[in-house]
Design a protein around this ligand. Structure first.
Ligand SMILES: Cc1cc2nc3c(=O)[nH]c(=O)nc-3n(C[C@H](O)[C@H](O)[C@H](O)COP(=O)(O)OP(=O)(O)OC[C@H]3O[C@@H](n4cnc5c(N)ncnc54)[C@H](O)[C@@H]3O)c2cc1C
Length: 395
């Protein structure tokens, strides 16, 4: 049986024992589960989704550092993107930045999740889809799947269950309080003669506290917006419709009637402080491992999963749960200090007039250099800054 087919084969009933129960088969959960299974541990991975190809939340933009450091299957990645256009409110006279390196690639997320699940299954992870974590009862964790409820006795539980983690609540760990909400439409496109481009619109009436985007890589268009939920007077959905009607970078593009819709919460308060206890730990969005400024969470979730797997491996081998105390977000938060203050700055841009004024700075050489550092820098999670290489875009 191919590995992908085995991923749904685990039906759970009664009481199940495992070394590690991982709740959530997003990229964070899949990665930590695979690493632990490769270290020889018994791992059960449960997700409430019945298929990993549906209910996708992310645009799937992978940054260069991730592409350099993780062996993502290239056949599931879109063409490299080097060009970014930043638009003020009104969308006239964008600021163009072009890197001399490939900076981004958009993943075909359905295929990437399936490939990651196949890799996890090959490593020996038992994957139970259509299986919801419903809570902790004393020493066991309760799952409800297609065959009804099951009790799991696990030495450790990993909360990879996203921004509003129930596992975090049940373990008494920190929870995300500072969240944006985002939504996008995705559809196939043909190459339009332009280089693959990431269009970003800084307009608080469309994206309050963040930005709206169009990514056109010659294969797919992603048209989306995100911001603070309470600052969308017409609601997120209506605002996305309004943006989509006049979004840049789509001239000559036939938008199909049926588009894929994605969306969800994005934690931007920085990695949480208390992300482990003697019974388990958190990874990915559940741990707040998202860049507060760019809202990119794919690179952080992969890197934090590596740390989590190594700490859990030590704890399982040593038989000492207190080893998990070394897994703390408090130290990691230091790397986010700069990005947290930039997030506070971005959240203060509340009117189109303020955003337009910010573009006056952005058009200066220091402003362009700062934008280049954010967009093309070598920072990752927790990462170190490095000088970007960019030159002006010729439009
Ligand atoms: C609109 C949008 C666009 C984004 N675009 C980008 C981008 O382009 N690049 C980037 O780097 N980051 C992006 N992000 C952020 C990024 O997608 C996330 O940081 C990343 O996907 C987090 O992965 P994760 O595995 O931690 O969580 P998730 O991918 O959210 O996975 C959590 C999983 O847990 C499961 N689950 C939840 N509760 C339960 C339960 N009780 N029982 C069982 N299963 C459960 C869910 O079904 C889900 O599969 C975006 C986010 C949004 C909302």
């Amino acid at each position: 049986m191919p590995a992908a087919a085995r991923t749904t084969a685990h039906h759970l009933t009664g009481t199940v024992a495992t070394d590690v129960l991982v709740v959530g088969a997003g990229l964070a959960g899949l990665h930590v589960a695979t690493l632990l299974a490769r270290q020889g541990h018994d791992v059960l991975l449960a997700d409430r989704r019945t298929t990993l190809t549906a209910a996708i939340r992310t645009t799937g933009i992978f940054v260069r550092k991730t592409l350099d450091d993780f062996p993502l299957p290239v056949e599931h990645l879109g063409p490299p993107i080097r060009r970014v256009l930043l638009y003020p409110p009104g969308m006239r006279r964008p600021v163009g930045l072009v890197s001399d390196r490939d900076e981004y690639r958009v993943g075909d997320m359905a295929a990437l999740y399936e490939a990651s699940a196949a890799t996890a299954a090959e490593a020996g992870v038992r994957i139970a889809l259509g299986t919801r974590y419903t809570g902790r009862h004393g020493g066991t964790f309760r799952l409800t799947g297609r065959d009804g409820p099951a009790e799991v006795r696990a030495r450790f539980v990993v909360g990879a269950d996203g921004a509003r983690s129930t596992v975090a609540r049940d373990l008494g760990l920190d929870r995300n309080r500072h969240l944006l909400v985002g939504a996008e439409e995705v559809f196939e496109v043909l190459p339009n003669g332009e280089p693959p481009t990431f269009h970003c619109v800084l307009d608080p009436s469309i994206a309050p506290g963040y930005l709206a985007w169009v990514v056109h890589d010659g294969r797919h268009a992603h048209v989306g917006t995100a911001g603070y939920a309470d600052r969308f007077p017409q609601g997120l959905r209506r605002t996305l419709e309004r943006f989509s009607a006049s979004a840049p970078g789509l001239s000559g593009v036939d938008r199909p009637e049926a588009v894929e819709r994605r969306g969800g919460p994005i934690p931007v308060g920085g990695v949480l402080r208390r992300i482990s206890c003697a019974d388990g730990l958190l990874v990915g969005d559940a741990a707040g491992a998202v860049s507060p400024l760019t809202a990119g969470g794919l690179d952080p979730c992969l890197r934090l999963s590596e740390l989590a797997a190594s700490v859990l491996d030590d704890a399982l081998n040593a038989g000492r749960p207190d080893t998990l105390a070394h897994y703390s977000g408090a130290g990691l938060r230091a790397a986010f200090r700069g990005r947290l203050s930039l997030r506070r700055g971005l959240s203060q841009v509340r009117t189109p007039a303020a955003a337009t004024a910010a573009f006056t700075l952005l058009r200066t050489p220091p402003g362009r250099a700062a934008a280049g550092r954010v967009l093309f820098g070598d920072r990752s999670f927790p990462g170190r800054p490095a000088a970007p290489r960019l030159h002006a875009a010729h439009r």
